[in-house]
Ligand binder design. Structure first.
Ligand SMILES: [Zn+2]
Length: 72
């Protein structure tokens, strides 16, 4: 089953506290402000910035100076 609308309404981006868009076909919750996509596994949204996928493009907040990225 899909996520309930009740749940979707209370979910916000953990980074910016903004609204998320639910992409049913991709099973993702997308924050356009952060350009992050949160996975939904077994109907449970994984609301962890560390687990989110970057949508690419230009991030809204540049972090000049920090050359290291975790992961990979
Ligand atoms: Zn956000």
């Amino acid at each position: 089953m899909a996520l309930s609308t009740d749940l979707l309404e209370i979910l916000v981006c953990p980074v910016c506290k903004g609204d998320l868009e639910y992409l049913r076909e991709q099973e993702r919750l997308v924050c356009h402000a952060c350009r992050l996509a949160y996975r939904i596994e077994e109907d449970i949204p994984i609301m962890l910035p560390d687990e989110a996928e970057s949508l690419g493009g230009e991030p809204s907040a540049d972090q000049a100076g920090s050359g290291e990225e975790s992961g990979k």
